[in-house]
Design a protein around this ligand. Sequence first.
Ligand SMILES: C[S@@+](CC[C@H](N)C(=O)[O-])C[C@H]1O[C@@H](n2cnc3c(N)ncnc32)[C@H](O)[C@@H]1O
Length: 232
Amino acid sequence: MQRERIRNLFEQQAANYDTQWQRLAPLNDALHLLMQSLLAGLPQEANFLCVGAGTGAELRFLARQFPDWRFSVVEPAESMIEICRQHANAEGFASRCEFHQGYVESLPDKERFHGASAFLVSQFIFERTERADFFADIARRLRPAGKLVSTDLCAEEHSTAQAQLLDLWIRVMRGGEASIEDVQRMREVYDRDVAVLTPQVLQAIIQSAGFEPVVPFYQVGMIRGWFSTRTG
Ligand SMILES: C[S@@+](CC[C@H](N)C(=O)[O-])C[C@H]1O[C@@H](n2cnc3c(N)ncnc32)[C@H](O)[C@@H]1O
């Protein structure tokens, strides 16, 4: 099952995840800077849902910026959430977190969150209906007019420009030049594990799950980000 395969993939990646992303920190810095302004209007004591939190990149940033928020942290891979918990302990905000090793649907189906994030998560769901369900599961747990900030890898339809962008992205991810074999290997990983949609299709999926407007606010390499408001 795809879910189990992805979970195992991140169980294995956990130990090196933070080191790999240290080099890519400028990409997250820009995303976090924009997210901070997008979410600044939430209540001072907001309840926030962090989906696919990984080792806690966006959670740690939000916990620093919004010291009165409380967080529900959802992450299926035990070794990823364990590192996330260690960061929260070391940085003194663990008492503001509830950690849920699992998926969003295992959370109580209550409209209790003022906002949510899902960074580089839905791209691991291949079935489009399941992907819409993923966003709908978040929408159901947001209060009316609750906010969602999400990112995913996206690509335009096959074209020379897209091929060059993929090549650039792979070199950035690998931290330098990539051989033809490296690029080929990475393409195979993407084909197997990452459901890369066009930004137009992904935006329509988020909208169909109960968000309007769905505002594109971020693009770097192959990552696209949206800021969405729960309808109703
Ligand atoms: C690429 S990592 C991103 C982690 C973190 N959001 C960040 O930006 O550093 C994707 C994370 O999503 C988790 N994940 C994958 N599928 C998921 C799903 N259906 N629901 C929740 N989390 C999921 C993975 O276990 C992994 O930790």
